[in-house]
Design a protein around this ligand. Structure first.
Ligand SMILES: Nc1ncnc2c1ncn2[C@@H]1O[C@H](COP(=O)(O)OP(=O)(O)OP(=O)(O)O)[C@@H](O)[C@H]1O
Ligand SMILES: [Mg+2]
Length: 333
C-alpha cells in the first residue's frame, strides 16, 4: 500500500452563516491523481486554499507528507505547487519573467534558476512564446504559464484548481499531457478540481464528488459509474403524481424512482403539487437494473395508464449521471 501524501480530516470553513466546506475528510496517496468534482460554489477552491496553507480552517485540519499544514506551513509550501483558479501572473512581464519570479521566491539563482525555468516552460509547451508578454497570450497560454510557475520548485504534491476553464483545445491537450507526464514520469501526486466530468474520468485515479461543501461520494471513476447499475432513465410526465412514482419504482427492472428538482424552482423531492394533486412539470428520474427491460416496462405502464410522455432520455452511464443521481441536479449550471 502506498503511503498517503495528504490527509485531510474533518475540514470545515464557515463564512458567517454559510458553511462553504462541511466536514470534508479524504486522503491522497503517493503518486495518485485525485479529482475533486463539483458544481460552482461547491467548495473546491476553499478546500484547496485550506490544504495549501492559504486559509485557516474553521475546524479540522490536514497533513502533507506528515507535516501539519497549519503549524508547519512554511515547510509544507516548499514541497507543494499551487496553480490557483484565479491566475496569479503579471501581465506586463513575459511568461519567462513570471516563472523566474516564482523560482526566485523558492531561492533558486543563477544557472539552476535558468535551467529550471527552461525545463518547466518546456514541460507546458511554452518555450516558443516564453519571451512575449503575458498580456499578449490566449487564456490557455496563461493557464500553461500558471502551471509552469507551480512546478518550479519540484513539488511532490500539485494543486490544480480548474486548470482548463476558458482554455482552447490545444492548450487543454497540453495541460492534460503535462499532468499525465508529471504523474507518470516523476510520480507527482495531484489534486485536480474540475466541473468537467470527462476530465475527471480521463485523468483521475479516484474522484471525490463535492456538493454544497459536503463530500458525497468518493471512489475510482469506474466504480462510481458501476454503482449506477443499469443506468438512469429520465422521463418527463406532466401528469405524474406520487402514485405514478411508486408504481414505476415497483416495476421489476427498476431500482428506484424519484422526482427531479427542476432548474430555478423551489420544487422539492417531496414535490409541489397542483390542486389536482399532480406535478405540473414532473420529471421522473428512474434508476434501472437493466435499461432495455426497464424501458419496455416503463413504456408499457405509461401506455396502460394513459400517461402522456413529454420526453424520455436514456442517460449515458458517466460521472455526470452519477452526480445527477446523487444530488438530483446537473453538474453544469
Ligand atoms: N471570501 C469569501 N467570503 C464569503 N464567502 C465565500 C468566500 N469565498 C468563498 N465563499 C463562498 O463559499 C462557497 C464555496 O466557494 P468556492 O470558491 O470554494 O467554490 P468552488 O467549488 O471553487 O466553485 P467554482 O467552481 O465556482 O470555482 C461559495 O458559496 C462561495 O460563495
Ligand atoms: Mg473554485
Amino acid at each position: 500500500m502506498p503511503a498517503s501524501i495528504l490527509k485531510a480530516y474533518n475540514l470545515v470553513k464557515k463564512y458567517g452563516d454559510l458553511v462553504a466546506v462541511n466536514d470534508v475528510s479524504f486522503t491522497i496517496e503517493e503518486g495518485e491523481i485525485f479529482g475533486l468534482l463539483g458544481p460552482n460554489g461547491a467548495g473546491k477552491s476553499t478546500t484547496i486554499a485550506m490544504l495549501s496553507g492559504l486559509l485557516p480552517p474553521t475546524g479540522g485540519g490536514a497533513t502533507i507528507a506528515g507535516m501539519d499544514v497549519a503549524r508547519e506551513t512554511a515547510k509544507v509550501k516548499q514541497i507543494i505547487g499551487v496553480a490557483p483558479q484565479e491566475l496569479a501572473l503579471y501581465p506586463t512581464l513575459t511568461g519567462r519573467e513570471n516563472v523566474r519570479f516564482f523560482g526566485e521566491l523558492y531561492g533558486l539563482r543563477g544557472r539552476a534558476l535558468n535551467e529550471r525555468v527552461d525545463e518547466v516552460l518546456g514541460y507546458v509547451g511554452m518555450l516558443e512564446r516564453a519571451n512575449d508578454r503575458v498580456q499578449t497570450y490566449s487564456g490557455g497560454m496563461k493557464r500553461r504559464i500558471n502551471l509552469a510557475a507551480a512546478l518550479v520548485n519540484h513539488p511532490c504534491l500539485l494543486f490544480l484548481d480548474e486548470p482548463t476553464v476558458g482554455v482552447d483545445p490545444q492548450s487543454r491537450n497540453h495541460i492534460f499531457e503535462s499532468v499525465e507526464r508529471l504523474n507518470r514520469e516523476q510520480g507527482v501526486s495531484i489534486l485536480y478540481t474540475t466541473h468537467y466530468m470527462e476530465e475527471a474520468e480521463r485523468l483521475c485515479h479516484r474522484v471525490g464528488i463535492i456538493d454544497r461543501g459536503r463530500l458525497i461520494a468518493l471512489d475510482a471513476p469506474k466504480r462510481l459509474i458501476e454503482s449506477l447499475g443499469g443506468g438512469v432513465i429520465q422521463l418527463s410526465l406532466p401528469g405524474a403524481d406520487e402514485s405514478v412514482r411508486s408504481a414505476v419504482a415497483a416495476l421489476p427492472a427498476v431500482r428506484a424512482a424519484s422526482f427531479l428538482v427542476p432548474e430555478g424552482s423551489n420544487f422539492s423531492e417531496a414535490g409541489q403539487t397542483s390542486t389536482a394533486g399532480t406535478h405540473r412539470k414532473a420529471v421522473l428520474k428512474i434508476e434501472v437494473v437493466h435499461s432495455n427491460e426497464a424501458l419496455l416496462q416503463v413504456l408499457h405502464y405509461c401506455n396502460e395508464t394513459k400517461l402522456q410522455i413529454l420526453s424520455l432520455d436514456l442517460l449515458e452511464p458517466n460521472l455526470e449521471t452519477v452526480f445527477l443521481n446523487l444530488t438530483g441536479k446537473s453538474l453544469r449550471d
